[in-house]
Design a protein around this ligand. Sequence first.
Ligand code: SIN
Length: 290
Amino acid sequence: MSKLENAIPGYQHLVIEPYTPNIGAVVHDIDLAEIDAESVRAELRRALVEFQVLFFRNQNLTPEQHIAFAKVFGDPDKAKAFFPRHEIHNVIEVLEAKPGGNRFGTDQWHTDITFVANPPTGTVLYSRIAPPSGGDTAWASGTAVYESLPPALRVYLEELEAIHSFEHSGWPPYFERLPDGEAVYRQARADHPPVVHPVIRTHPVTGKKIVYVSPNFTDRIKGLPRQESDALLAFLFARFQRPEFQARLRWEENTVAVWDNRATVHYAVTDYGDQHRLLHRVTFGEDKAF
Ligand code: SIN
C-alpha cells in the first residue's frame, strides 16, 4: 500500500482519500478485478456507508468482474430502471449517449428507483467512454442536508411521508424517442403505482437521519395541500443544490463510482452535446426505507 499523507486512518487494507469534507472519497491502489479477501470486502462496505460515494480510477473490468464487484455490496438482480441492457449480462444497464441519440432523463437530482417499495441499496457505475469535457456526475448527501436543517424543522419533517411515483419522473421524453416507447411507458406506469416513503429516513447501518426526497420521483407530501407540499419540497430540493453538500466527478475512461443509494441523490450533467459517453451501470440490493 502506498503512503498518502491525508489517508483516512483506521483502514487496514484501503488507502482512502476524502473527496470533500461532507461526501465522497477516492480509494487508491486497489484492483477491483481482484478483491477476494473478505477483510478487504468488509472495508469497502464500511467505506461506502462512511463516505456515501467512492471513486476508483484506472480500473479494467470485464462485465463479469463489474457484476462481481457489485456483489460485494448486494444482490445485483433486484430493481432496475428502464435503460437498455447489456446483450449478454442482463443485470448491466448500458447508458450510451451517441451523437443524435436518446438521452436518459438522469439530469435531475434523484435517488435511484424510489418509485418502487424497495429501491436499490446502491449502484456501481463504470465509465467505458468519457467525453473529453463535460458529462460529469454529481452526488449530494442527504445526511449533510438533514444536518443543515433547523432542529424544529427536522422534528416536523420526521412525522411526514411522501408519495414517489414513476409517472412524476422526467422520463417521458426518453420513452417518446423509443420505437415502441408509448406502449412501454403505458405498461411501466401500470406496473408502478405510486409508493410512500418517509420524508426523513434512518440509515440502517449508521443510524444517521437522511432527507429522502428528490425532484425526479417525489410527487408530493402526503396529507399536505398541494401548495404547501410544493413549497416544502422546493425548500428541501434547493438544499441539495448547495455545492457544500456535493461531490462532482469528472469522468475518465475506466473510472468506477459506487454510491449508497440510501443516503444520496445524484445528477448526470448533460452538457456534453453530441460527444460520445458510455457507462455500464449495476444497481444492487434492495432496501425498505424506515
Ligand atoms: C444514473 O442516474 O444512474 C446515471 C448517472 C450518469 O449517467 O452519470
